[in-house]
Ligand binder design. Structure first.
Ligand code: PAN
Ligand code: ZN
Length: 195
Protein backbone atom coordinates (compact mmCIF):
# COMPACT_ATOMS: atom_id res chain seq x y z
CA UNK A 1 0.00 0.00 0.00
CA UNK A 2 1.42 3.36 -1.02
CA UNK A 3 1.88 5.54 2.04
CA UNK A 4 0.93 8.90 0.54
CA UNK A 5 -1.77 11.38 1.59
CA UNK A 6 -4.98 11.23 -0.42
CA UNK A 7 -8.38 12.86 -0.70
CA UNK A 8 -11.72 11.19 -1.40
CA UNK A 9 -15.04 12.57 -2.46
CA UNK A 10 -18.33 11.27 -1.15
CA UNK A 11 -20.43 11.05 -4.29
CA UNK A 12 -24.15 11.01 -5.01
CA UNK A 13 -27.13 10.91 -2.70
CA UNK A 14 -25.71 7.92 -0.79
CA UNK A 15 -22.29 9.59 -0.31
CA UNK A 16 -20.42 6.61 -1.76
CA UNK A 17 -16.65 7.20 -1.53
CA UNK A 18 -15.01 7.90 -4.90
CA UNK A 19 -12.63 5.07 -4.08
CA UNK A 20 -13.10 2.17 -1.69
CA UNK A 21 -11.48 -1.24 -1.18
CA UNK A 22 -14.22 -3.20 0.48
CA UNK A 23 -17.98 -3.22 -0.17
CA UNK A 24 -19.85 -5.18 2.51
CA UNK A 25 -23.53 -5.92 1.95
CA UNK A 26 -25.64 -7.29 4.79
CA UNK A 27 -28.95 -8.90 4.08
CA UNK A 28 -31.77 -9.98 6.38
CA UNK A 29 -30.26 -13.49 6.72
CA UNK A 30 -27.16 -11.98 8.38
CA UNK A 31 -29.29 -10.77 11.33
CA UNK A 32 -30.52 -14.15 12.48
CA UNK A 33 -32.05 -14.02 16.00
CA UNK A 34 -31.67 -10.24 16.23
CA UNK A 35 -35.17 -8.93 15.47
CA UNK A 36 -37.46 -9.51 18.43
CA UNK A 37 -40.47 -10.53 16.32
CA UNK A 38 -39.09 -13.82 14.99
CA UNK A 39 -42.34 -14.68 13.15
CA UNK A 40 -42.13 -11.39 11.24
CA UNK A 41 -38.44 -12.10 10.58
CA UNK A 42 -39.08 -15.53 9.06
CA UNK A 43 -42.10 -14.27 7.08
CA UNK A 44 -39.94 -11.49 5.60
CA UNK A 45 -37.09 -13.90 4.86
CA UNK A 46 -39.49 -16.22 3.05
CA UNK A 47 -40.41 -13.38 0.71
CA UNK A 48 -36.89 -12.06 0.05
CA UNK A 49 -33.48 -11.82 1.67
CA UNK A 50 -33.61 -8.03 1.62
CA UNK A 51 -30.55 -5.80 1.61
CA UNK A 52 -30.56 -3.96 4.96
CA UNK A 53 -27.26 -2.05 4.80
CA UNK A 54 -23.99 -1.58 2.98
CA UNK A 55 -20.53 -0.53 4.09
CA UNK A 56 -17.98 1.11 1.77
CA UNK A 57 -14.63 0.85 3.52
CA UNK A 58 -11.26 2.36 2.75
CA UNK A 59 -8.75 -0.26 3.84
CA UNK A 60 -5.53 0.51 5.63
CA UNK A 61 -3.02 -1.84 7.27
CA UNK A 62 -4.65 -3.16 10.47
CA UNK A 63 -1.97 -1.69 12.71
CA UNK A 64 -2.02 0.60 15.76
CA UNK A 65 -1.70 4.19 14.58
CA UNK A 66 -3.64 3.52 11.36
CA UNK A 67 -7.32 4.38 10.77
CA UNK A 68 -10.07 2.46 8.99
CA UNK A 69 -12.85 4.63 7.67
CA UNK A 70 -15.73 4.72 5.25
CA UNK A 71 -19.46 5.12 4.86
CA UNK A 72 -22.33 2.92 6.07
CA UNK A 73 -25.71 3.26 4.35
CA UNK A 74 -28.65 1.75 6.25
CA UNK A 75 -31.72 1.46 4.09
CA UNK A 76 -35.20 2.26 5.47
CA UNK A 77 -37.55 -0.46 6.59
CA UNK A 78 -38.81 -2.61 9.45
CA UNK A 79 -39.11 -6.22 10.49
CA UNK A 80 -42.39 -6.28 12.38
CA UNK A 81 -42.21 -3.06 14.42
CA UNK A 82 -38.39 -2.99 14.63
CA UNK A 83 -36.37 -0.72 12.37
CA UNK A 84 -33.58 -1.92 10.07
CA UNK A 85 -30.27 -1.90 11.91
CA UNK A 86 -26.70 -3.11 11.76
CA UNK A 87 -25.55 -6.35 13.40
CA UNK A 88 -23.58 -4.45 16.04
CA UNK A 89 -20.39 -5.48 17.76
CA UNK A 90 -17.73 -4.92 20.37
CA UNK A 91 -14.27 -4.19 19.04
CA UNK A 92 -11.98 -7.21 19.56
CA UNK A 93 -9.39 -4.84 20.95
CA UNK A 94 -11.69 -3.39 23.58
CA UNK A 95 -9.63 -0.27 24.23
CA UNK A 96 -10.50 1.29 20.87
CA UNK A 97 -13.02 4.06 20.27
CA UNK A 98 -14.94 5.08 17.14
CA UNK A 99 -16.37 8.27 15.63
CA UNK A 100 -19.55 8.52 13.56
CA UNK A 101 -20.49 11.57 11.51
CA UNK A 102 -24.06 11.53 10.22
CA UNK A 103 -24.19 12.76 6.63
CA UNK A 104 -27.92 12.31 6.13
CA UNK A 105 -30.99 10.67 7.56
CA UNK A 106 -32.37 9.99 11.01
CA UNK A 107 -31.51 7.28 13.45
CA UNK A 108 -29.87 6.27 16.68
CA UNK A 109 -26.71 4.60 17.85
CA UNK A 110 -27.51 1.97 20.48
CA UNK A 111 -24.56 1.29 22.76
CA UNK A 112 -23.75 -0.80 25.79
CA UNK A 113 -20.72 -1.42 27.90
CA UNK A 114 -19.38 -4.81 28.94
CA UNK A 115 -20.76 -4.14 32.40
CA UNK A 116 -24.31 -3.66 31.03
CA UNK A 117 -24.54 0.13 31.09
CA UNK A 118 -26.41 1.44 28.01
CA UNK A 119 -26.91 4.59 25.95
CA UNK A 120 -28.91 5.65 22.91
CA UNK A 121 -27.64 8.70 21.00
CA UNK A 122 -29.50 10.34 18.10
CA UNK A 123 -28.11 10.67 14.58
CA UNK A 124 -29.18 13.67 12.49
CA UNK A 125 -27.53 15.40 9.56
CA UNK A 126 -24.31 16.96 10.87
CA UNK A 127 -24.22 15.09 14.22
CA UNK A 128 -20.98 13.57 15.49
CA UNK A 129 -21.18 10.65 17.92
CA UNK A 130 -18.31 9.37 20.01
CA UNK A 131 -18.24 5.68 20.92
CA UNK A 132 -15.92 5.21 23.90
CA UNK A 133 -13.57 2.23 24.15
CA UNK A 134 -15.29 -0.92 25.54
CA UNK A 135 -18.78 -0.03 24.26
CA UNK A 136 -20.64 -2.20 21.74
CA UNK A 137 -22.51 -0.24 19.06
CA UNK A 138 -25.37 -0.75 16.61
CA UNK A 139 -26.81 1.84 14.18
CA UNK A 140 -30.57 1.98 13.58
CA UNK A 141 -32.39 3.84 10.80
CA UNK A 142 -35.51 5.24 12.49
CA UNK A 143 -36.87 6.87 9.32
CA UNK A 144 -39.01 4.89 6.90
CA UNK A 145 -38.50 7.56 4.23
CA UNK A 146 -34.80 7.45 3.45
CA UNK A 147 -31.32 6.06 4.03
CA UNK A 148 -29.29 6.72 7.15
CA UNK A 149 -25.80 7.65 5.91
CA UNK A 150 -22.89 7.57 8.34
CA UNK A 151 -19.20 8.29 7.94
CA UNK A 152 -17.12 6.33 10.48
CA UNK A 153 -13.47 6.12 11.53
CA UNK A 154 -11.79 3.82 14.06
CA UNK A 155 -8.33 2.44 14.90
CA UNK A 156 -7.36 -0.05 12.21
CA UNK A 157 -6.28 -2.77 14.65
CA UNK A 158 -9.67 -2.77 16.48
CA UNK A 159 -11.19 -5.90 14.87
CA UNK A 160 -14.85 -6.91 15.33
CA UNK A 161 -16.34 -9.23 17.93
CA UNK A 162 -19.93 -10.08 16.90
CA UNK A 163 -20.41 -13.14 19.10
CA UNK A 164 -21.98 -11.79 22.29
CA UNK A 165 -24.41 -9.59 20.36
CA UNK A 166 -25.38 -12.54 18.11
CA UNK A 167 -26.15 -14.55 21.25
CA UNK A 168 -27.94 -12.01 23.44
CA UNK A 169 -28.62 -8.91 21.32
CA UNK A 170 -28.44 -5.44 22.83
CA UNK A 171 -30.08 -4.57 26.11
CA UNK A 172 -32.42 -2.13 24.33
CA UNK A 173 -34.54 -2.52 21.19
CA UNK A 174 -35.59 0.38 18.97
CA UNK A 175 -39.21 0.01 17.85
CA UNK A 176 -41.60 2.07 15.76
CA UNK A 177 -43.89 3.86 18.19
CA UNK A 178 -45.95 5.66 15.53
CA UNK A 179 -44.95 9.33 15.79
CA UNK A 180 -41.51 8.51 17.10
CA UNK A 181 -39.27 5.60 18.01
CA UNK A 182 -39.49 3.75 21.32
CA UNK A 183 -36.64 2.34 23.39
CA UNK A 184 -37.74 -0.92 25.03
CA UNK A 185 -36.06 -3.71 26.99
CA UNK A 186 -34.86 -6.72 25.04
CA UNK A 187 -36.39 -9.78 26.75
CA UNK A 188 -33.57 -12.01 25.44
CA UNK A 189 -30.80 -9.91 27.00
CA UNK A 190 -28.99 -11.29 30.04
CA UNK A 191 -26.86 -9.32 32.47
CA UNK A 192 -23.15 -10.18 32.01
CA UNK A 193 -23.02 -12.06 35.35
CA UNK A 194 -25.80 -14.47 34.24
CA UNK A 195 -24.24 -15.52 30.94
C1 PAN B 1 -18.80 0.30 11.45
C2 PAN B 1 -19.67 -0.91 11.22
C3 PAN B 1 -20.68 -0.79 10.13
C4 PAN B 1 -21.51 -2.09 9.98
O1 PAN B 1 -17.94 0.49 10.38
O2 PAN B 1 -18.82 -2.01 10.97
O3 PAN B 1 -21.52 0.26 10.39
O4 PAN B 1 -21.94 -2.59 11.20
P1 PAN B 1 -21.61 -4.10 11.64
O5 PAN B 1 -20.10 -4.23 11.54
O6 PAN B 1 -22.08 -4.19 13.04
O7 PAN B 1 -22.29 -5.00 10.68
C5 PAN B 1 -18.03 0.04 12.73
O8 PAN B 1 -18.56 0.20 13.80
N1 PAN B 1 -16.80 -0.44 12.62
O9 PAN B 1 -16.05 -0.74 13.68
ZN1 ZN C 1 -17.16 -0.46 15.43
Amino acid sequence: MVNRPFTLQLLGPQAIPSRYDHHITRHLSALKNQFHDQDAYHDALNVADMLLYEVFEIRRPELPGELLFGVTVIHPGKVGDEFFMTKGHFHSVLETAELYYCLDGEGVLVMESLEGDWAVEEFYSGSVTFVPPRWAHRSVNTSLDGDLILFFAYPAHAGHDYKSIEEHGFRKLILDGGDTYEIVDNPRWLPPERR
